[in-house]
Design a protein around this ligand. Sequence first.
Ligand code: NDP
Length: 282
Amino acid sequence: MTVIFDGKAFAKKHGKALKTTIANLKRQGIQPAFCVINIGQDPASKVYVHVKARRATALGLKQQIIQLSADITTAAVVAKIRELNADEAVHGIMVQLPLPAGLDTNQILESINPEKDIDCLTATNIGRLWQGNHFIEPATAAGVMALLQDYQVPLAGKNCVILGRSKIVGKPLAALMLEANATVTVVHSHSRNLAAQARAADVLVCAVGKPNFVTPEMVKPGAVVVDVGINHWHGQLVGDVDYEAVYPKAGMITPVPGGIGPVTVEFLMAGVVKLTRRRYGC
Ligand code: NDP
């Protein structure tokens, strides 16, 4: 019988503890606060920003959404980030990606003070992550690891195959899985024999951004399948895995929605709290 990971229940459990931590911080006169910079009018980005804002409010975090127009210059965005870096009342900064064409994503992300870098996208924090000296972990990767741990999925010595090598999902997850002593393969658009690589996975993580990308032929019987993808497809929210077809073959599987999505939001909020506590040494 295939086990379905319940990301919603896990996020709820995690959120309960987080809410208590936030309430305790507030009692000490510390109000954890973060800013989300959204540039342009990308509808998916707006949805993500709204989801984060709603969850932050429910948990008692202070947040500010800074909406900037798509024709802003890189220099102006960097100047705004520098202002936030200097603001003592702001503990975390997120820049909603992807950025509109014409903006220098690397320069913008690199201008975030690493101590306020919630998404772990500055070179300093990425380096720390790969050294095993985590200052902050990217929420999706941390959420995947925590969910696997919660369901007692062993990783040491296992073949973990990650489909996708983005800075926010594939690469940091590879670092965390390596640290957990897995053998890690990261597959991308230039990879050969993708199906065979995927089939070798004990744990298969999909973060490609294409509906129905993972078919049963790509899954080893009994494998753990983690679907990070979020795609709007024929009016539905679906992942990267052809869920109905893969479900009977997998040993464990995350659904979309209700899998990694809610866990990611919870871990983002936990990241804000982590940075706040670091700032005050508590
Ligand atoms: P990116 O677009 O940044 O990266 C996609 C990756 O998939 C790239 O590495 C790309 O390879 C690879 N890829 C694309 N097409 C193929 C192909 N045909 N064969 C093999 N590899 C391919 O996406 P993200 O990592 O930002 O997001 C991936 C998905 O996860 C999206 O659906 C996104 O919405 C979702 N997501 C969900 C989150 C959650 O909370 N559940 C959080 C973050 C993202 P290459 O590098 O060679 O171009």
